[in-house]
Design a protein around this ligand. Structure first.
Ligand code: HEM
Ligand SMILES: *[C@@H]1O[C@H](CO)[C@@H](O)[C@H](O)[C@H]1NC(C)=O
Ligand SMILES: *[C@@H]1O[C@H](CO)[C@@H](O)[C@H](O)[C@H]1NC(C)=O
Length: 487
C-alpha cells in the first residue's frame, strides 16, 4: 500500500482562486507556506511515489525523472569559489547606534541612538583554500553587510588597520605571490619574500601579520578595519572622511604559532566550530564600531597621507569616536544560501557615504562586482542574502507626469594626488611603541622561521628592508638567521 502512497500537493488552495498564483506573488507565498513539509516531488512539483524514489535499477535513466533531477542538480550544486578569501564562515546579527554621528554623516543607519540595523558578517582566510586548515598565519578578512533602510552598505575589511600595497596593479602580483606555486601546486612561501623585496611598503602590514595578528584566538577576537578614508557628508553638505575601526569586546587576542599547530592537528575547522557553538549557546560575540574623523582642513594640511591605505591615521591626532556596537546572534541555517552566496562590494554605499578617493578603493569598486557577476551571475543582488531590505517606491508614484530635471549639484569624490608609498616611519613606530616586548620576540621568531628557507640573496635584501625600518629588528632577525644557518 505504502508503495502507492501519493501525497498530493495542497493545490486545492489554489483551485478556488480565479487568479493564477504565478501572477500574484503574495498568493504564491501563501500556498507554499501551507504546503505539507516533506512532500517528495520532481522539480516541476509533480509528486512521486516511494516506489519511484527507490527503484532506479531497472528503469531507463532518461525516464526516471527523480534520479535525473538529483544527478543534474548535484552536477551543478557548487558555484565557483571566491578568487581570494575563498575559505570562510559567518553569522548574522545587528548594529546598534550608541552615539550620534549625524553632524558628520547623514547615512540613515548612523542617525538615531538605539536604532538597530541587521548585519551579516563573514570571516575569511585571505588565501587558504576552501576545506583546508583555518589556522594558518594570514591577513584575514572580516566583511560586514549592513541592511540599512536606505540600501545595502558593505565593509569588506581586514584584521590589519593598513593594507599591503597602495597601487592596485600590484594587488594581482601580491595574490599570485601568496598562492600555491602554479607549476607544482605546492605552497611556496619564498614568493612572498620576492614580493616584499619589490614592494617594501608591504612590510608594514606583514610586521603585524608575523607578530601576533596573523593567528587570532577566535573570530570573536578579530577586529575589522576598512583601511580606506571614506568621504561622507552631513545634511548641510559638509564633507568629512571617516575610517572604520571595529574592535571586539573581548579584546584582540591571538594564538602563538605552536598553539595553532597543536589545535590544527585536532581540528581544521576550529574557528568556525567555535563561533557556531558560542552563538548556539547564546554567548554572542560583540564589537565596538568606531571611526576616525578627518576634516577637509586635515586633508589640506596632510594631503595624500590621509588616504594612503598602507599607512594608519595616528590615533593621537585622529582619536576613535564610538558610534555603536555589533552583536552576532544567529547562526546560518544553510551555509550555501547564506554564506557562500553572500557578496560584499565596496561600491555598495548609501546616501551620505560617497566612497574613498584612493586608487585601491577605485579598483575594488569594480573588482568585487566583476568577480560576483562571474561567481554568482547577473542576479547577484537579488539573491535573498544580498537583497536590500527596503525597495523605495516613491519614484513610481507619479504615473505619466514627467518630472523636470533638476541638478542636485552633488559633490563628487575629492580628487587626490597620490605619491609613491613611504611608511617606514610608521613601521618603526609599530615596532618600537605598539608591539609589546613578548610580541616583538614572537615577531623575530616567526620572521626567522619564515625567512630561513630563502636564498642568501633574498635573505640579505629582506634584512636591508628590516634595517630601514628599525636596526634592532634587522639585528635580531639576522642574528637568528645566522644561528639557524649554523645548526
Ligand atoms: C586592489 C585591491 C583589491 C582587489 C582588486 C580586491 C579584490 C577582491 C575580490 C575580487 C574579491 C572576491 C569577491 C567575491 O567573489 O565576492 C575580494 C574579496 C575580499 N576582499 Fe579584496 N581586494 C582588494 C583589496 C582588499 C582590501 C584593501 C581589503 C580590506 C580592507 C579586502 C578585503 C576583502 C575581503 C574581506 C574579501 C572577502 C569578502 C567575503 O567575505 O565575501 N580586499 N577582494
Ligand atoms: C523501496 O520501496 C519498496 C516498495 O516498492 C519498499 O518495500 C522498500 O522498503 C523501499 N526501500 C526503502 C529503502 O525505502
Ligand atoms: C567598547 O566600548 C565601551 C563603551 O561603550 C568601552 O567601555 C569598551 O572598553 C570598548 N571596548 C573596546 C574593545 O574598545
Amino acid at each position: 500500500m505504502l508503495a502507492f502512497l501519493i501525497i498530493l500537493a495542497a493545490n486545492a488552495v489554489a483551485t478556488n482562486q480565479d487568479w493564477h498564483p504565478a501572477v500574484d506573488p503574495a498568493l504564491l507565498r501563501q500556498i507554499r507556506q501551507d504546503s505539507p513539509a516533506g512532500l517528495m516531488s520532481v522539480s516541476n512539483g509533480a509528486p512521486v511515489t516511494y516506489c519511484e524514489v527507490n527503484s532506479t535499477l531497472n528503469k531507463p535513466l532518461i525516464r526516471n525523472s527523480f534520479l535525473m533531477d538529483h544527478v543534474t542538480s548535484m552536477d551543478r550544486e557548487r558555484t565557483c569559489v571566491r578568487t581570494v578569501h575563498g575559505q570562510g564562515s559567518g553569522a548574522f546579527g545587528f548594529f546598534k547606534v550608541t552615539h550620534d554621528l549625524s553632524h558628520i554623516c547623514k547615512a540613515s543607519f548612523l542617525k538615531e541612538i538605539g536604532k538597530k540595523t541587521p548585519v551579516a558578517a563573514r570571516f575569511s582566510s585571505g588565501i587558504a583554500e576552501k576545506g583546508g586548515s583555518e589556522l594558518s598565519r594570514e591577513i584575514r578578512g572580516f566583511a560586514l553587510k549592513f541592511y540599512t533602510d536606505e540600501g545595502i552598505f558593505d565593509i569588506p575589511g581586514i584584521v590589519t588597520p593598513m593594507f599591503v600595497v597602495k597601487n592596485p596593479l600590484y594587488f594581482v602580483e601580491f595574490i599570485h605571490a601568496i598562492r600555491k606555486n602554479p607549476a607544482l601546486y605546492l605552497a611556496d612561501p619564498m614568493k612572498l619574500w620576492d614580493f616584499v623585496i619589490k614592494y617594501p611598503e608591504a612590510m608594514h602590514t606583514f610586521l603585524l601579520m608575523f607578530a601576533d595578528r596573523g593567528i587570532p584566538l577566535s573570530f570573536a577576537n578579530m577586529p575589522c578595519y576598512n583601511v580606506h578614508s571614506l568621504q561622507v557628508e552631513n545634511e548641510a553638505g559638509e564633507v568629512h572622511f571617516i575610517r572604520f575601526h571595529i574592535e571586539p569586546f573581548e579584546g584582540i587576542k591571538h594564538l602563538t604559532t605552536a598553539e595553532a599547530q597543536k589545535i590544527n592537528a585536532a581540528d581544521l575547522d576550529y574557528y568556525t566550530r567555535e563561533l557556531y557553538n558560542r552563538i548556539k549557546k547564546g554567548d554572542y560575540p560583540r564589537w565596538n564600531v568606531s571611526v576616525q574623523i578627518v576634516s577637509e582642513e586635515d586633508v589640506q594640511k596632510h594631503g595624500g597621507l590621509m588616504f594612503d591605505v598602507t599607512r594608519v591615521l595616528p590615533k593621537c591626532d585622529f582619536p576613535l569616536h564610538l558610534l555603536g556596537e555589533i552583536v552576532l546572534n544567529r547562526n546560518p541555517t544553510n551555509h550555501f544560501a547564506e554564506i557562500e552566496q553572500l557578496a560584499f562590494c565596496p561600491a555598495n554605499l548609501v546616501n551620505g557615504i560617497l566612497g574613498a578617493p584612493d586608487k585601491v578603493y577605485e579598483a575594488r569598486r569594480f573588482a568585487y562586482a566583476d568577480a560576483q557577476l562571474y561567481r554568482l551571475g547577473p542576479n547577484v543582488q537579488k539573491i535573498p542574502v544580498n537583497c536590500p531590505l527596503h525597495v523605495p517606491t516613491e519614484y513610481s508614484e507619479s504615473p505619466g507626469e514627467p518630472v523636470s530635471y533638476e541638478s542636485t549639484n552633488k559633490r563628487g569624490l575629492l580628487k587626490i594626488k597620490e605619491e609613491e608609498p613611504y611608511n617606514y616611519d610608521q613601521a618603526a613606530e609599530l615596532y618600537e611603541n605598539e608591539l609589546t616586548g613578548d610580541e616583538r620576540t614572537r615577531l623575530h621568531e616567526n620572521l626567522i622561521l619564515a625567512i630561513s628557507p630563502a636564498s642568501e640573496f633574498v635573505r640579505e635584501r629582506v634584512i636591508e628592508i628590516l634595517e630601514m625600518i628599525h636596526p634592532d629588528l634587522a639585528y635580531q632577525v639576522a642574528k637568528g638567521l645566522t644561528s639557524t644557518m649554523a645548526e
